[in-house]
Design a protein around this ligand. Structure first.
Ligand SMILES: Cc1cc2nc3c(=O)[nH]c(=O)nc-3n(C[C@H](O)[C@H](O)[C@H](O)COP(=O)(O)OP(=O)(O)OC[C@H]3O[C@@H](n4cnc5c(N)ncnc54)[C@H](O)[C@@H]3O)c2cc1C
Length: 320
């Protein structure tokens, strides 16, 4: 058994996912509290190149043709042997569809405790998790001997888990990947033609407070005047008022614009977790107790219908 903290690096189609860097930043904090090294665990095939930017003391690289694309079956089999042999103090996974799938399967296979939806670690090594859909923040000691943890974004900036200096890499042989039950058939790309809101710098987000589809034009006019793009919370997408590609949140996109203007959005955890990397959040809401104000740098407790049209006119006038 060791005090090392393993971070299972999530990557897709040649790109390290931001959540991997968030986890490395978290592991760095945890190692200050409990000691041990930060060890990035990279699974792939001819994917050593992805290790260069990882802020870790060491990279364990598991290379196998069956790991060229993600399947939960292959990842679980590869990690079962590694975790059993090395017995790290903690293994961090993204609280994503990939990470949650692998971590929960391993928890059962290896009989190890799983701490879910962790956002951060305290200075003395306690985990802080969002539970009950984010309504409660729970703090506790990591269960022993080895705790599996799924990490949500929001607690650390991805930049804090990046390094310009490539860490030492050890390539490991992986056995037992010959009789897999699942293999990737092909990727289905999302429909082309729409904007990618995760790359936009100015987002005008509408929530249930917009009341009806016709009112979306208010946000579109403002977005056009400001040079931004409209996106929405889940009720708006579920109603079909905006395309699914515009959904912000747990089930949609994680966004990091310079400005996120939230119109009539309450700030439920499933929405908020995906906006905390925005540089500036501005909230417009009639309810002073709306949780969105906890995240917003600027806020107006007002009716969006009193404000948005006036704001659009002012922007147009200012731009001439
Ligand atoms: C597993 C799971 C996954 C989910 N994934 C997502 C996700 O990816 N994205 C997501 O957004 N949600 C997601 N949800 C839903 C989430 O829990 C919330 O229900 C949703 O985010 C609420 O959307 P909202 O803020 O638009 O609506 P509401 O919570 O109904 O808030 C509307 C807000 O508008 C304000 N308002 C009303 N009228 C006005 C007005 N005239 N002017 C100004 N303010 C006004 C109200 O005060 C209120 O705060 C998920 C839920 C679950 C269980």
């Amino acid at each position: 058994m060791s005090q090392d903290i393993f971070v299972v690096v999530e990557h897709l189609r040649g790109q390290v996912a931001d959540i991997s860097y968030v986890m490395l930043a978290a592991a760095g904090e945890l190692s200050k509290g409990i000691g041990g090294n930060v060890v990035a665990v990279l699974l792939g095939n001819k994917a050593e190149g992805l290790a260069g930017s990882l802020a870790a003391d060491q990279v364990l690289y598991l290379d196998h043709s069956a790991l060229a694309d993600f399947t939960s079956d292959a990842y679980q089999k590869a990690l079962t042997g590694l975790i059993s042999e090395k017995q790290p103090r903690a293994v961090l996974f993204g609280n994503t569809s990939i990470g949650a799938d692998v971590a929960s399967g391993l928890s059962i296979k290896l009989g190890l405790p799983l701490v879910s939806s962790c956002r951060s670690f305290s200075a003395d090594g306690k985990f802080v998790s969002q539970i009950c859909g984010g309504k409660i923040m729970a703090e506790g000691d990591l269960p022993s001997p080895t705790a599996l943890v799924t990490m949500s974004p929001g607690g650390y900036k991805p930049e804090a888990g990046q390094s310009a200096q490539a860490p030492a890499l050890t390539k490991l042989e992986v056995a037992g990947l010959d009789a897999l039950r699942v293999k990737l058939a092909n990727y289905i790309e999302p429909e082309a033609g729409d904007v990618d809101i995760s790359k936009e710098t100015l987002l005008i987000a509408v929530g249930r407070g917009i009341q009806q589809q016709d009112n979306i034009t208010l946000a579109e006019d403002l977005a056009q005047a400001l040079g931004g793009v409209v996106c929405g919370s889940r009720p708006v997408i579920d109603q079909g008022w905006l395309a699914t590609s515009r959904l912000v949140g747990k089930s949609g996109k994680h966004v990091k614009p310079k400005v996120y203007l939230a119109l009539g959005i309450s700030g439920a955890p499933e929405h908020s977790e995906a906006i905390t990397d925005s540089d500036i959040i501005i909230a417009i809401n009639t309810d002073p107790k709306a949780p969105i104000f906890d995240f917003a740098k600027y806020g107006a407790e007002t009716d969006l219908f009193d404000l948005v049209e006036v704001l659009t006119e002012k922007v147009k006038a200012a731009k001439g």
